[in-house]
Design a protein around this ligand. Structure first.
Ligand code: PEP
Length: 249
């Protein structure tokens, strides 16, 4: 059985004071041990969160990493080895905001994925279609292309130590959510694509849903057979709401 994962992506939100407040809220949560829980603060606050959550079983991850695994001359970036040194366990790769606003492409993302793994981090590969692509009936093609490019570069075995997050771009931060059936269709296609290369990897890999998940819709989404938890943006900034989502997984 796959252990569900619920990860909170705090995006570019927070101040030292608001992060301290959120840590206080997270520390008070009653979280089920059957669910793995993680938070991904802005890089600047990772140390504060790791120290503040000491003793609480909530993993900490980053929202991005450099393409080079080790420290060196790459101004403004943070190496996966530095994230691991700080105590991070996982890192987002290819969030749609980075693909669309910063122009990160599949080839670069495969390199980030590999760099993260080489430092012992679990990459969470984010894939998903825009509204235009969905309306053109291209959802499965787009998602298969984004996933396929990493499989092609690194081999399906790379997904034995990785997580996939299906995040329809039109549902991120918009209040629109894919219906459980719409999400399940894509999750099943992602698992089938992996299964075509390795049944074992496909059975074990966790595929998260992301896109306006809230306490009110989480249970229905997480109840689908190929949805193994969620990547939560806005709702993860409220500890009580985030806790309720974790308990729904
Ligand atoms: C995200 O940023 O990954 C996300 C899913 O955001 P939201 O939950 O706010 O739609």
């Amino acid at each position: 059985m796959r252990r569900p994962l619920v990860a909170g992506n705090w995006k570019m939100h927070g101040t030292r004071a608001s992060v301290a407040e959120l840590i206080r809220g997270l520390r008070h949560l009653a979280l089920p041990s059957s669910v793995e829980v993680a938070v991904m603060p802005p890089c600047l606050y990772i140390n504060q969160v790791i120290q503040g959550l000491d003793g609480k079983s909530i993993a900490v991850g980053a929202q991005n990493c450099a393409v080079e695994p080790m420290q060196g001359a790459l101004t403004g970036e943070v190496a996966p080895s530095q994230l691991a040194d700080a105590g991070c366990a996982l890192v987002l790769v290819g969030h749609s905001e980075r693909r669309l606003i910063l122009g990160e492409r599949d080839e670069l993302l495969s390199r980030k994925f590999a760099a993260a793994q080489s430092c012992g981090l679990i990459p969470v590969l984010c894939i998903g279609e825009t509204l235009e692509q969905r309306q053109a009936g291209k959802t499965l093609e787009v998602v298969a292309g984004q996933l396929g490019s990493v499989i092609e570069e690194l081999g399906v075995g790379a997904f034995a130590q990785a997580v996939v997050a299906y995040e329809p771009v039109w549902a991120i931060g918009t209040g629109l959510t894919a219906s459980p059936q719409e999400a399940q269709e894509v999750h099943a296609a992602i698992r089938a694509q992996l299964a075509a290369e390795s049944a074992d990897v496909a059975r074990g890999v966790r595929i998260l849903y992301g896109g306006s998940v809230k306490a009110a819709n989480a249970a229905e989404l997480f109840g689908m057979p190929d949805i193994d938890g969620g990547l939560i943006g806005g709702a993860s900034l409220n500890a009580d709401e985030f806790g309720a989502i974790c308990r729904a997984a």
